[in-house]
Design a protein around this ligand. Structure first.
Ligand code: GTR
Length: 336
């Protein structure tokens, strides 16, 4: 297992002080006024943030202002993996994260995070809208979290400062940032590059300083985090369609009445089509901005990349339950 980073289920010690302090200062007002606190790594205008704000308005309208949501955007409360831990022990009420940082806590979050498991956005949406999605969300409860809904995250592709990637051979030796997921580390290493797991908020500087050669993400994140200003080659490998998830602290959930729990679920469900509409528009806008800036974008024959992923699937979806989910997800892609 070359270069495998053992992210595992780590205990959060570093950074918790700053986070707790900001929650005590900034979150206190929110907590006293019945606002649910929510974290997001993305800026205020990003579709995930706007979808959770929509939920907040929905809750506020239905409860005459008794319930609402305050979103702390822009990663101000910390990285996804750190804020997830905080959410699981009740320091934060809600958290919008990608499934990748949940991989080390929740084994059933891995199948939809496997490279090339979805063949299209439609396949991903249909799968998550089915009982498969419900099963994955329900499995998060073991970690002190309640899975409320999935949001889109489009297709992730590789970008770098060196040159276009057409085949896995072009990736050899590149230092590529990945999120905190052992499966992502193994995927990038299996393609011949060297995976560097660092938090999303640190990627721009790492690229600018040459600490890494590239990373991988969807059009909107590549654009909004301004990585495209530094990494001028975007190669459309579309290797992952890992969705986002909105989770709630189980401690907070248990403190709500059954009627409020039902309302929170209804609000989350209602936010999904809102998010998808915002998302589709944002993908188009981000693509235009990036292409207009002169980034070299190239299409890729993905078959040689997918062919190298079998060991990653086998290693990271090894339990019978994970294997059954993989089979059902693949089968859903064959039914149109
Ligand atoms: C984005 C995703 C974020 C975060 C980020 C990353 O696409 O929306 O939640 O996971 O990628 O790469 O860290």
């Amino acid at each position: 297992m070359k270069g495998r980073a053992l992210i595992g289920r780590r205990k959060v010690l570093v950074g918790t002080g700053a986070l707790a302090a900001s929650l005590l200062l900034g979150g206190c007002e929110a907590r006293m006024s019945g606002l649910l606190t929510s974290s997001d790594t993305h800026p205020a205008d990003y579709p995930t943030v706007r979808a959770v704000e929509f939920m907040g308005r929905f809750l506020s309208e239905r409860t005459g202002g008794r319930l609402g949501i305050k979103v702390y955007s822009g990663g101000q409360l910390g990285s996804e993996i750190d804020t997830l831990e905080i959410t699981s022990f009740g320091g934060l009420d809600l958290n919008r994260v990608n499934l990748a940082p949940l991989n080390s806590m929740a084994p059933l979050s891995i199948p939809p995070s496997l490279p090339f498991i979805f063949n299209s956005v439609d396949h991903m949406r249909r799968t998550l809208d089915s009982d498969i999605g419900d099963e994955i969300l329900a499995s998060l409860t073991d970690n002190g979290l309640i899975g409320l809904c999935f949001y889109d995250s489009g297709a992730r592709s590789f970008y770098n400062t060196r040159g276009p990637i057409y085949t896995p051979a072009d990736m050899r030796g590149l230092k590529l940032r990945v999120p905190a997921s052992d499966a992502y580390v193994a995927m990038v290493n299996a393609l011949g590059a060297n995976a560097v797991p660092i938090p999303f908020g640190e990627v721009y500087q790492a690229l600018a300083q040459g600490v890494i050669d590239g990373a991988e993400n969807n059009w909107p994140s590549f654009e909004s985090a301004r990585h495209y200003e530094v990494a001028r080659h975007f190669s459309l490998t579309h290797h992952l369609l890992t969705p986002e998830a909105l989770v709630m602290s189980k401690m907070k959930w248990d403190s709500l009445s059954p009627a409020d729990q039902a309302l929170v679920r209804e609000a989350a469900r209602a936010s999904v089509p809102v998010m998808r509409k915002l998302w589709d528009a944002r993908v188009n806008a981000a693509r235009e901005t990036i292409i207009a800036s002169g980034v070299e974008v190239n299409e890729v024959d993905t078959a040689p990349f997918a062919a190298l992923m079998r060991p990653v699937w086998e290693e990271f979806a090894a339990s019978p339950q994970q294997r059954s989910l993989v089979e059902r997800i693949v089968a859903a892609g064959e039914r149109k």
